[in-house]
Ligand binder design. Structure first.
Ligand code: C5P
Length: 283
């Protein structure tokens, strides 16, 4: 039997850090939304008790460093499972990009293995297990548009974000999330108005949403990689309604109501960066 799970990318329409907690993590308030750029995972039972990861990407480790491997190992250890599995990852989401590609793959692995091994776990139970592997995994178990707080484990579902075109631009460098959080200073932080942003989404107010998107980590990553500001400026020049860095970066996204504008931004940025995508938001 073969099982397939899609693992969509996410963007942060909002990301605020409230304070640093005693456990070293930051207390966050985020608005996340899934977009239709997705990896695809295929699961197959193996006769031998082993976890085999294969992928078409040259950027992914296939051992314990891969969050998909960790998901399979966690389920096997928690439920004393002896069946082996092969998981093939078709990688489409840029790696270490601020788009939760690794977390979404991990979440897809937990959902897929729950089916393959007939574990009967609810999405809530899978999210709780996933939080042991990464802070964004609980959100990725569910996907959609959500208000995500705590370390990333508290999830309030929202209506889908107002429909629009999203242009994703990933500059060449990779960014380490822990290093960006490590450089965050609460003296100079720019807090976005997450609650007005949440309201904009709840009332399907596209205009207000474009005014209120914001990311408290953006300033930190731009200081290290000024090209992010250049991408944002170019996006606005080519007619974006709004532009923002996603997660801890370095991917920048532009929001456009009109497809022609999205196409113009795509054309304008394609020569500047290799990885440029036009996507839609997902329900
Ligand atoms: O949980 P995860 O391993 O994905 O997080 C990566 C890093 O991001 C953490 O090691 C931590 O430095 C930072 N982080 C944080 N506060 C959060 C989530 C992540 O400081 N709520």
């Amino acid at each position: 039997m073969e099982i397939i799970e899609k693992a969509p990318a996410k963007i942060n329409l909002g990301l605020d850090a409230l304070y640093k907690r005693n456990d070293g993590y930051h207390e966050l308030e985020m608005i996340m939304a899934s977009v239709d750029l997705a990896d695809r995972l295929t699961f197959e039972v193996l006769p031998k008790n082993e976890i085999v990861i294969e992928t078409d990407s040259s950027f992914l480790p296939v051992d314990r460093r891969n969050h998909v491997y960790q998901a399979a190992e966690l389920l096997k250890n928690t439920f004393n499972l002896t069946q082996g599995v092969k998981i093939y990852i078709e990688k489409r989401i840029p790696v270490a990009a601020g788009l939760a590609g690794g977390s979404s793959d991990c979440a897809a692995a937990l959902r897929g293995l729950n089916r393959l091994w007939d574990l009967g776990l609810s999405l809530e139970e899978l999210a709780e297990l996933g939080s042991k592997i990464g802070s964004d995994v609980p959100y990725c178990i569910h996907g959609g548009t959500a208000f995500v707080t705590g370390r990333g484990e508290k999830i309030e579902f929202l209506p889908s974000m107002p429909q629009c075109w999203v242009v994703l631009v990933k500059p060449r460098m990779s960014v380490s999330t822990s290093s960006i959080f490590g450089s965050l200073s609460f003296n100079s932080i720019q807090h976005p108005d997450i609650h007005r942003l949440k309201q904009a989404i709840e009332t399907d107010d596209y205009q207000l949403m474009t005014e209120k998107i914001g990311n408290a980590l953006e300033g930190v990553t731009i200081k290290r990689h000024p090209v992010i500001q250049q991408i944002k400026d170019r996006m606005m020049k080519y007619g974006a309604d709004a532009a923002l860095m996603s997660g801890s970066g370095p991917t920048v996204f532009a929001l456009c109501e009109k497809k022609t504008r999205a196409q113009r931004i795509y054309n304008g940025l394609k020569g500047f960066c290799d990885e440029v995508y036009i996507v839609r938001t997902l329900k």
